[in-house]
Ligand binder design. Structure first.
Ligand code: SAM
Length: 283
């Protein structure tokens, strides 16, 4: 070990994929293990650096031996170490087996999941929240979390039996936004009781009997945008809870937009009409 590495604190070198620690990290591929441990895996040096800088605690940091002396890796390892993080130095092959990739990222972090309580989600100013009814596809969910971050939404709410935002696939699709966006979850029944305390608009997207999404006044009020399941759309129970039902008009032969695309179109329209965009975006 060279003197640079010593400043990073205690490091464990692991050479075998069957090492018990590596096995326990691989177990995080299963939702039931992520749930019971309250942990998830994220990849990439920049993403992990940003997460640590914004206050997320990394419980284990795994990195490729061949980048151990890179200054950026040493920076995060030193920061992580002061918080009692385990540091594991491994081969690229082990990183590949952890992340199930042929060309793995050189750094993987294990973080604690964060859920916002539903009773902490309040209607404030012209905040936007995005609620998803039984979202199934992790790529869609990750893309929506990223879009929510880009548009300046407060958070994403998962209603009913949803895909896990902490799966590797969903986290990958967020491109780091999982660390910036509040996530809440509830059953349809709990959503229904919570909704009656939400003072703002509840805008549901619905393909039948709905109005053009550009003809609704989203100004000066908090908005909850409600998006439907990929196959079945919004459940009847949720449709009943909407103050507005809107449609993005389509002119081709497809009968609907992809869920993540429709969420992006809706979210940017709500924000565009509700607040003044920065000058350089308007011109
Ligand atoms: N067969 C489903 C249905 O009838 O609702 C299609 C679901 S679509 C793939 C998934 C979700 O994307 C919808 O529930 C809605 O939230 C949103 N969506 C898709 N196309 C839309 C459109 N043109 N206008 C508004 N929302 C749309």
């Amino acid at each position: 070990m060279n003197s640079d590495k010593k400043t990073m604190g205690h490091i464990k070198e692991v050479t075998s994929s069957s090492n018990p620690i590596i096995k326990s990290l691989k177990a995080l591929h299963l939702k039931k293990n992520r749930d019971s441990e309250g942990l998830f895996m994220a990849e990439g040096l920049k993403l992990i650096t940003d997460a640590i800088d914004s206050g997320w605690e990394v419980s284990t940091l795994v990195y490729a031996k061949n980048i151990a002396t890179q200054p950026r890796l040493q920076d995060i390892a030193v920061k992580a170490r002061t918080n009692g993080t385990n540091l594991l130095e491994v081969s690229e092959k082990i990183l590949g087996s952890l992340t199930r990739r042929d060309n793995p990222q050189m750094v993987v972090g294990i973080f604690k999941q964060k859920w916002m309580r539903m009773d902490a989600v309040k209607p404030v100013d012209n905040d936007l929240w995005i609620a998803l009814d039984r979202v199934r596809d992790p790529g869609n969910l990750g893309t929506i979390i990223r879009t929510a971050d880009c548009v300046g939404a407060k958070g994403v709410m998962l209603i009913g039996d949803s895909t896990d935002p902490w799966s590797l696939e969903a986290v990958r699709a967020t491109m780091g936004s999982v660390f910036s966006i509040n996530l809440a979850r509830c059953s349809t029944k709990d959503f229904s009781s919570w909704r009656h305390k939400w003072g703002g608009l509840v805008v549901g997207t619905h393909l039948e009997g709905a109005v053009d999404y550009r003809n609704v006044d989203y100004t000066d009020k908090p908005v909850l945008l409600l998006m439907g399941n990929e196959q079945q759309g919004l459940s009847d129970e949720l449709v009943e809870l909407c103050s507005e039902k809107v449609l993005i008009p389509m002119s081709g032969r497809a009968d609907s937009l992809n869920l993540a695309i429709a969420t992006g179109v809706m979210a940017f329209e709500i924000k565009r009409s509700a607040i003044n965009m920065p000058q350089d975006v308007q011109s």
